[in-house]
Design a protein around this ligand. Sequence first.
Ligand SMILES: *Cc1c(COP(=O)(O)O)cnc(C)c1O
Length: 406
Amino acid sequence: MNPNLTADRPTFVTRLECSLTGERYDADTLHGLSRAGRPLLVRYDLAAAGAAVSRDTIEARPTDLWRWRELLPVRDTADIVSLGEIETPLIELTAEPGRPIVKDEGRLPTGSFKARGLVMAVAMAKALGVTRIAMPTNGNAGAALAAYAARAGIRTTIFCPADTPEINVREIAMQGGDVWRIDGLIDDCGAIVGEGARQGLWFDFSTLKEPYRIEGKKTMGLELAAQLGWELPDAIFYPTGGGTGLIGMWKAFAELEALGWIGSKRPRMFAVQAAGCAPIVKAFDDGVEHAERWENSHTIAAGIRVPRAVGDFLILRAVRESGGRAMAVGDDAILRAVEDTARADGLLLCPEGGATLAAYRDALATGLVDAGEQVVLFNCATGLKYPMPAAEQFLSKDAPIDFGRF
Ligand SMILES: *Cc1c(COP(=O)(O)O)cnc(C)c1O
């Protein structure tokens, strides 16, 4: 048995806080957005957490997501429905100038890093007595929700754009989610979820509209710090849709510094979007705090086809504070990056992961990063979930074979 999930672990959550106004909320009741309509953030008594555990205590534990229990919100272990949330590996791209490191999140349950957020959010929903959940999704979040909710005995209704990758729609259905294809984009799906929630049908699990997915995604930042010897990298390239992971990592770094486990060095955060859907890039370039909805969104990278993000100002703040920037890359550059990495390094990226490599290449070419710097790229889902070019060479075993062809 995994001691991270069997031993008693104290929790240090003190309250929730509105990310815009700082208004405080009780941690042990069910909340969606704050009264100001913005995401709620979980706050901890970090002094007490730091007195209870040290870096060494954490490092002595098995290396999964639950080794960070004291920095996570779940109070009662019985509420955790785990599918094995492993620490994901760091893989150097040996064929790429500057040898950036890929954090390969495709190894997680349900094949994407959405598992980090949803394992946490579902545990908290279970703890707070939720029995029905609905969610808008571009695919991977719905798949992770369906899986964990099935295990927790919570009913799910999931809405996705009609052109969501087929495998995602089917895995949601297979894992017991009641999945509906909508003739619109993810925010259109979100409007349906919101209306159902107002009618009392279900609890709204949209990105950042409940407080705990960020806490799950935050573990990417905690993990990265531990894996790199408590010294953060020079730059992080993150494929940004709703931005949960980027916001979560930024929060993790602040918590680690407050604990005294890392210093004040921060990576420059690069929020990567697709040229066909780049609201955060536009807001960054315009120097504004909030992004406008991106009309006619299109890209092969479904996970970052998010025309409007409720946490836009949190993404933009983190990127600006870090000295990074928001960058857009075209679908051609994304596909080239995926293909190059598969051929030269044997690593199959998802399109969103390809986007981070494409942006890294642009950043290297324009001097935004230097080949001597330590750079981490996030590959957020397994490449096996996405269409691949056809491979159609046939041979008959009964006909003479020309071995000169191989
Ligand atoms: C959801 C998703 C993203 C975007 O993640 P956010 O934290 O919501 O910005 C990127 N890549 C993949 C594969 C995804 O599923």
